[in-house]
Design a protein around this ligand. Structure first.
Ligand code: HEM
Length: 515
């Protein structure tokens, strides 16, 4: 029954706790995915009814001991509800939301999200910002406030060279990663840590314009604490999302206080880096060497007139934080899929050796030629969807989804893991070929581009997607170039679970052998 108690705050607490949803504009327009006239009323939308709609108790009944589901197997519960109710349903997991699984509906949602797309923030972080009287971080805010931060960032990110600019330093990070794999007898737990260090070091090159030292060499005390703190914060967020901590909405629980201490440290270190960037800008301005067209993200944002030092720190911290656990965990899953499919790994190795040889760097030209590498990553995202659900939106207008009228202001969760399976032939197989242009059946498989959206979509999509894939391409190309990735027998049939991102139920044990 302990689990039951936790589930009072259940898997969707991030939606319910202290969330701040901006007021929805008047639902004057009806944007339809199907004909509005024929659409069925919202009230008729299927979903668990009766006692399942009751506050609190309704949520509890979905989970153990009443069913076989736990917060970690939440995806399976949602899949079962889709099997029962069809492609759209409404449910109350402590908070009313609409669950959407049809890619055509995703398209309708994104088409109608407007200039300021709204997503529900994590309640735990909202409490931190409120209590500390701080501007919320970029990924937690909506509306004009969000737009003011995201617009200058997008101006840079939309340029083709925004990520390519960092290829040189990020190649060096990937080389260090390979050296460690080559030289150390790694235990499973060390490996998870190493992936985390790789992702943090690589994104640190972008957000803080420097090597932080996580893969050896010099690391100062602040940076090491920064790494440990971001890691433990993701664990805390996982605990919070699965309902295993008391809500911090009414008083500052010890769990919340620890989270607060962690966030304070992140801000302190991030502010230090932003200040350093400002100082460098001032020095370059004095020297006459400042080039505002240089695609260096930190320096160009720091020289943007409309952004304060605190804004720059906010953007960069959001990017850094969002770019650690996400990339680290998904890179591990990618390696798992390559290890499980040695024939595909061999095809990939052939491509890599043909393009960059056995010692060459990964240049932008090389990346452009590595079509199989890109297909492999896309397939890994499809087979093992990176996040627990897919993203959330609250629309400012009424829409029609799967034939039902949906009023503005509803929380819509786009359950991407489902079409990522159902829309593809042989969905349980790792088949990168399905993404290649040369593949005959590709047209059919990709008829709906919305079926696999690991980075969300639209103006509020993942701000770091170019960096995420670049870092994953680099690590994979460099490792596969030099080493064979295999799994120890005990990891061969690993099951995956979700906290925020996908992760193995037990630490993965890889084996690397020199070619
Ligand atoms: C495999 C790795 C990653 C995955 C699967 C991932 C996925 C996502 C998803 C699904 C969203 C929500 C998008 C939406 O609502 O449409 C998101 C938001 C975001 N991501 Fe990522 N992400 C990854 C890596 C990164 C990296 C490396 C960075 C930073 C360099 C980053 C920065 C962000 C930021 C700042 C947001 C919030 C954007 C906003 O609200 O404007 N992510 N990510």
């Amino acid at each position: 029954m302990a689990m039951t108690r936790h589930l009072l705050k259940a898997s969707f607490r991030q939606l319910t706790s202290g969330q701040r949803v901006l007021p929805v504009r008047a639902a004057s327009t009806v944007n339809v995915g199907t004909d509005q006239v024929e659409a069925r009323p919202f009230e008729e939308m299927p979903g668990p009814k009766g006692i399942y709609q009751w506050p609190v108790i309704g949520a509890i009944l979905h989970f153990k001991p009443f069913t076989k589901y736990t917060p970690e197997s939440f995806q399976s519960l949602i899949n079962q509800l889709f099997d029962t109710h069809g492609p759209i349903f409404k449910a109350n997991f402590g908070f009313k939301s609409i669950w959407v699984s049809n890619p055509a509906d995703f398209e309708t949602v994104y088409r109608n999200e407007g200039k300021y797309p709204q997503r529900t923030p994590l309640g735990l972080s909202v409490q931190y910002f409120k209590r500390n009287n701080l501007k919320m971080d970029m990924s937690s805010i909506n509306g004009e406030e969000w737009h003011a931060l995201r617009t200058p960032l997008n101006k840079r990110l939309m340029k083709a060279d925004s990520a390519l600019y960092y290829l040189g330093p990020q190649n060096a990070v990937a080389d260090d990663f390979v050296k460690i794999l080559e030289s150390r007898d790694l235990k499973a737990v060390d490996q998870a840590d190493l992936f985390y260090r790789y992702a943090s070091e690589s994104i640190g090159v972008v957000t803080f314009n420097q090597r932080l030292g996580y893969l050896g060499g010099q690391v100062d005390e602040d940076s090491e604490r920064f790494l440990e703190t971001t890691k433990s914060m993701f664990q805390q967020m996982g605990i919070f999302i699965s309902g295993k901590a008391l809500s911090p909405n009414w008083y500052r629980t010890s769990f919340y206080r620890e989270y607060e201490r962690s966030y304070n440290l992140l801000y302190r270190v991030s502010d230090k880096h932003a200040r350093k960037a400002k100082d460098l800008i001032e020095q370059k301005t004095r020297d006459g060497t400042l080039n505002t067209d240089e695609p260096n993200l930190l320096l160009s944002l720091a020289s943007e007139k409309g952004l304060s030092e605190a804004d720059v720190s906010n953007i960069m911290l959001s990017m850094y934080f969002a770019g650690t656990d996400s990339t680290a965990k998904n890179l591990q899953v990618f390696f798992y899929n390559l290890a499980k499919n040695p024939d595909k790994q061999e095809i990939l190795r052939k491509e890599i050796l043909e393009v960059i040889g056995d010692n060459g760097p990964v240049t932008d030209h090389a990346l452009a030629k590595m079509t199989y590498l890109k297909a492999c990553l896309k397939e890994s995202f499809r087979l093992n969807y990176p996040l627990i659900t897919g993203t959330v939106r609250i629309l400012p207008v009424d829409v029609v989804l799967s034939g039902y009228k949906v009023p503005a202001g509803q929380i819509l969760t786009m359950f991407n893991p489902r079409p990522a399976r159902l829309n593809f032939e042989d969905p349980d197989k790792f088949l990168p070929e399905r993404w290649l242009r040369s593949n005959e059946s590709r047209k059919q498989d990709s008829t709906n581009k919305m079926a696999v959206l690991p980075f969300g979509h639209g103006p509020k999509n993942c701000a770091g997607r170019r960096f995420a894939v670049q870092e994953m391409y680099l690590a994979t190309a460099k490792v596969v170039q030099k080493l064979k990735i295999e799994l120890e027998p005990e990891s061969w049939n690993t099951k995956f679970k979700y906290s925020m991102f996908i992760e193995p139920e037990k630490p993965l044990k890889f084996k690397y052998s020199k070619l």
